[in-house]
Design a protein around this ligand. Sequence first.
Ligand code: T3D
Length: 261
Amino acid sequence: MTYQTILYELRDSVACITLNRPSKLNAFDDTMIAETIDAVRQAGRAADVRCLLITGAGRGFSSGQDLSAFVDRDENVTVGEHLRHGYHRLVREMVGLEKPIVAAVNGVAAGAGCGVALAADVRVASDAASFMLAFSRVGLIPDSGINWLLPRLIGYARAYEMAITAERVPAARAAEWGMVNRVVPAAQLMEIAWATALHLAAGPTLAFGLTKRAMMHSFNQTLEEALTYEAYLQEVAGRSDDNREGVGAFLEKREPTFTGH
Ligand code: T3D
C-alpha cells in the first residue's frame, strides 16, 4: 500500500510510522485511520520488524478526529460505526501487536490522538508535548480505548477529571501521573526515541510479545488465572532460542545476541 497521510520507514528492525498531516496537527481523517491500521499490521507481519515507533510530523502528535471530515461525513455512518470500523481496529492492532510500540509524543496528543499514544507501550514525550481529552468540548465521551487504557494508567479520579475538563495536561505532569515513561528536551526527542526503539528491537522479541500478552490479559483475570496463563506462556518463552542465548551469555559472561525467536 502506498501511503498518502503517513510515512513508513524501516531502519534496523524498527518500523517508524509518522502521522503526516501537520497543517491539521495530524488530525485523523478516514485515509489516515486506514493507513495507520495497515502500517501497524504490516509491522506485525514483517519478521524483520522487532519494534514499532510512532510519532507525528510538525508540532503536534495528533489532534484526534479531523473535525472537518466529521461534519462532511455521510449521515448514514453513525459515530459508533465509525469508531468500530476505524479507531477500534487501530487500537486493537496496537494493543494486540506482540512487539513493543514506542510513541515519541512530539506535541499535543488530543482526542483519538491521545488514544493512539496511550495504546503504545512506552511513551517518550517531548517537554513541549501535552495530552488532552478534547472530546467533551465537542459533546462526546472519550473513545479509542481511552476509557479502558487511561484509568488503568493514572486512576479513575485523574482520568475522569481530564475527560470532563478537557484541559491540556503538560508532559511533566503526565509523567508524574504515570501517563508517560519519560520526558526529554524537544530537540532530543527523536534521537532518544529512536535509541529506545533500536535497543528494544535488539531484545528478545518473542518474550517481549508474550509479556505484553500476559499483562494485557491480567486485567481480566484472577490471580489464579494469571498464574496459570503465565506458566503456559513461560513454557513458550522457555523453548525459545533467545532463552538459550540469554542463559548461555550469562554463564559465558558476555552480552547476549538475541534474534527475537
Ligand atoms: O466519529 C468518530 O469516530 C468519533 C471519534 C472522535 C475522536 C476524537 O478525536 S474527538 C476530538 C477531536 N479533536 C478535537 O476536538 C481537538 C481539536 N483541536 C484543538 O482543540 C486544538 O487544535 C488543539 C488544542 C489540539 C491545539 O491547539 P493549537 O492552538 O496549538 O492549534 P490550532 O491553531 O487550534 O490548530 C492548528 C491547525 O490545525 C488549525 O488549522 P488552521 O486554522 O491553521 O487552518 C486547526 O483548525 C487545525 N486542527 C487542529 N485540530 C484539528 C484541526 N483540524 C481538524 N480537526 C482537528 N481535530
